[in-house]
Design a protein around this ligand. Structure first.
Ligand SMILES: Cc1cc2nc3c(=O)[nH]c(=O)nc-3n(C[C@H](O)[C@H](O)[C@H](O)COP(=O)(O)O)c2cc1C
Length: 283
């Protein structure tokens, strides 16, 4: 394919390094219009964006999402939220019954709506010469973010998107081959050798120095090293050696996203949703 859209999809990269240049109001308006046009389950659009530009607020959000420097350094960060507050208010005004906050299905559809809107923004931003990066660690600090940005009941932050003019873009980022991702007519589990090869083709070998590996697949650590904490890469290298990490799967699931640590987020996440007024009881 060789169309403007496929070109754009082909060149999009997550950008984590931005010029200290603000994003013009007219450009932001185009971005918000792209979000508003996104598909939405039942076209209910139960979401809101908080547009954060003031340096103090950017710094505060940065702290709350695990100090990812691009959240402080990007001129704009958009906080995408599920918003049943406005929808419920509308239902109340119009004397319509409303219980969506008790429905896991409604929540999951709203979650998808948020990402449809957010991804429209990433595509529109790319088209306008801007760069973006998603920040998913928002989910670890829902109560704190709700307080810091005055989110009312039934408004939950789902993801942040940093937006700005790129200082640099990663040259390439590896992706799985299409045949690893697509099943024809029905699902077929691939042979172990095939699966290993797909991931080897994606990530390459974990070389001794990790330099090429970081360059290809772990842009975050390069940017942290550059923007905020020299020595971060060296620190990761030491941890990788200590944990005796031998391949990319171990790098991801022993070091970056270990299940033992990820599952500790279940309880606080559940409590945060309850705290925002969501009730998914099955009784
Ligand atoms: C749901 C989601 C959450 C993400 N969270 C973060 C994040 O917290 N920090 C970050 O630097 N990048 C984050 N990313 C960006 C990914 O690291 C990035 O998409 C991936 O490495 C592939 O690179 P690409 O976007 O250039 O194709 C997130 C992406 C998605 C889709």
């Amino acid at each position: 394919l060789n169309t403007p859209v496929s070109d754009l999809l082909g060149r999009r990269r997550s950008v984590r390094s931005f010029l200290p240049r603000s994003v013009e109001t007219g450009i932001l308006d185009q971005i918000f219009a792209a979000a508003a046009r996104a598909p939405s389950g039942g076209n209910i659009q139960p979401w809101s964006i908080v547009c954060i530009t003031e340096p103090d607020r950017r710094a505060r959000l940065c702290e709350l999402v695990g100090n990812q420097p691009w959240v402080r350094n990007a001129p704009v960060t958009l906080l995408f939220c599920i918003d049943f507050h406005r929808t419920r208010q509308w239902a109340r005004i119009e004397s319509a019954p409303y219980q969506a906050e008790q429905s896991l299905t409604s929540f999951l559809i709203a979650y998808a709506d948020v990402y449809c809107a957010a991804h429209n923004v990433t595509i529109a931003a790319e088209d306008l010469g801007l760069g973006t990066v998603y920040v998913g660690t928002v989910l670890s600090s829902i109560p704190e973010i709700r307080r810091a940005f005055a989110l009312p009941e039934l408004v939950v932050p789902i993801v942040a998107l940093c937006v700005g003019y790129p200082r640099r873009r990663p040259a390439g980022i590896p992706k799985l081959a299409v045949e690893a991702l697509v099943h024809r007519e029905q699902y077929r589990t691939a042979a172990d050798d095939q699966v290993r090869q797909w991931y080897l083709d994606k990530y390459g070998d974990l070389d001794q120095t990790l330099t090429g590996y970081f360059e290809r697949t772990y842009q975050e650590i390069r940017e942290i090293e550059d923007q905020e904490k020299p020595g971060s890469i060296e620190q990761v290298r030491r941890i990788v050696a200590r944990l005796e990490i031998a391949n990319s799967a171990q790098f991801l699931f022993k070091f970056r996203y270990p299940g033992s640590r990820m599952k500790l987020l279940n309880q606080p996440l559940w409590d945060a949703l309850q705290g925002a007024g969501f009730r998914f009881d099955v009784t």
